[in-house]
Design a protein around this ligand. Structure first.
Ligand SMILES: Nc1ncnc2c1ncn2[C@@H]1O[C@H](COP(=O)(O)OP(=O)(O)OP(=O)(O)O)[C@@H](O)[C@H]1O
Length: 422
């Protein structure tokens, strides 16, 4: 048995073999799981009670495995490690990181989940999250990485724009003469998506009668065009997105439970930007490079960085992107973007917003932690961890300057980093 997690950091994957549930093994697994880059597989002895295995999962293990043979076969361990490696390679590929920006734990976990679903399953995916959190981007990624390597198109239907009168035609297509104005036959979304992906955006806004229309085609892959007698067949990956809580809509009687179960083969949740504030500067720099491609502009100066991370973004990443666009458009000449580039109506009334860092979202995060029973030590560590990461990011990974900024010695900063990594 090797409960020492020190090697996890190098490999990215840790395999812990243990005979029984031991506290130090549990602690090692728990500490390692705090780093999103580490995945831990616990191999336990055959016949151990299931509850032990759940305890390891609760501590943060990515998987647990009971010995089936004596000595334990390496094949099962190998299969899992190979899967994790492939998923990590995909998640870290240029294809993914070039368009989906983020290094926070919640974002990385989402991207891993999404690429695994795309590459290893064909089931329907429901993406849930606030407006502007990247749901459409995720759907495009799933289409690109689809396991079937399909040649078909990605067809996007915005459910907020589907009218009751035209819904049949939009979804199923129509025959010539099916209704007044149907002067020519037309393919609907289910035909166009054949062999590809159908993305139903804002599915939570679909009126109840239209929800009923979709049941058969989603379940059986067959439908009739408006005005036709024969069935047509179609096969596609279904992705739906919503910013509504569909379980609550079902309880309120505004969303059909049977449709929910057909669309929610997998459920992915995009985090709000306030839940991944450590991604703000990364995203802002990505957008700035996009808008100022040829201008010679050198990013944001220090005060603008502080402004960006102290602001609130009710519209999430979309809000941030638009703000960066405004900054870039106002900026003239080489050199970094400065506070003068912040539009007048967007400047904080009280001047420098630093004093307001204990904002509502800060209180909400702490409130959630306390509600979930997270201890004071872990809350403090998480805050420290975040502060260190942000300082290093601001200082382009210079430990000396990050330590100066945080008012500690470089050695203290390194020690804290090391302590939190385990
Ligand atoms: N992780 C990300 N990396 C880069 N850009 C992002 C990311 N997340 C969102 N964006 C950008 O933010 C904007 C909104 O993203 P998107 O349309 O995918 O959000 P959404 O959740 O589908 O929004 P809505 O619910 O309002 O339709 C887009 O310009 C997108 O490029």
């Amino acid at each position: 048995m090797d409960p020492d997690p020190a090697g996890f950091g190098q490999s990215g994957y840790g395999v812990v073999v243990c005979q029984r549930l031991e506290k130090d093994v549990l602690t090692a697994v728990h500490n390692a799981s705090k780093d999103a880059r580490l995945l831990v597989l616990v191999v336990g002895s055959r016949g151990k009670p299931c509850s032990d295995m759940w305890t390891f999962m609760a501590a943060g293990a990515s998987d647990v495995l009971l010995w089936q043979t004596d000595p334990p076969s390496g094949e099962q361990v190998q299969a899992r490690l190979q899967r994790w490696k492939h998923v990590d390679e995909l998640a870290g590929s240029e294809l993914v990181t070039g368009s989906l920006v983020g290094a926070s734990q919640s974002w990385r976990a989402l991207v891993r989940q999404v690429v695994e679903i795309a590459a290893y399953s064909q089931g329907p995916v429901l993406i849930v999250g606030e407006s502007g959190t990247g749901k459409e981007l995720i759907s495009r990624l799933i289409h690109t990485l689809d396991a079937r390597r399909s040649k078909g198109d990605l067809v996007i239907v915005d459910c907020t724009t589907i009218s009751m009168e035209l819904s049949g035609s939009e979804f199923f297509g129509h025959e010539r003469g099916a209704f007044t104005g149907a002067v020519a036959p037309r393919d609907g979304a289910f035909t166009l998506a054949n062999g590809g992906t159908l993305f139903l955006d804002e599915i939570g806004e679909l009126p109840l009668p239209l929800q009923a229309q979709l049941l058969r085609v989603i379940q059986e892959g067959k439908f009739k065009r408006v005005g036709a007698n024969n069935w047509q067949h179609t096969q596609f990956r279904l992705i739906a997105a919503t910013n509504r809580n569909l379980e609550a809509s079902i309880a309120a009687g505004t969303f059909r439970a049977d449709l929910y179960h057909r669309i929610a083969g997998w459920v992915c949740r995009t985090p709000s930007l306030r839940d991944r504030m450590d991604d703000v500067l990364l995203l802002a720099r990505h957008f700035q490079a996009e808008f100022n491609r040829d201008s010679g502009c050198e990013g944001f100066d220090e005060t603008v960085c502080q402004y960006l991370i102290s602001r609130e973004y009710p519209g999430n990443v979309r809000d941030l992107r638009r703000l960066v666009a405004r900054l870039c458009h106002r900026h003239a000449g080489p050199g970094p973007i400065t506070l003068g580039d912040v539009p007048v109506d967007e400047r904080p009334e009280s001047g420098c917003p630093i004093s307001s860092w204990r904002s509502e979202s800060f209180e909400q995060a702490i409130r959630r932690a306390v509600d979930q029973g997270v201890g004071l030590k872990e809350i403090g560590q998480a805050a420290e961890d975040l502060a260190i990461r942000i300082a290093l990011e601001h200082e382009h990974r210079s430990v000396q300057r990050a330590a100066d900024r945080l008012g500690v010695t470089p050695r203290t900063l390194q020690l804290r980093r090391a302590a939190h990594a385990h």
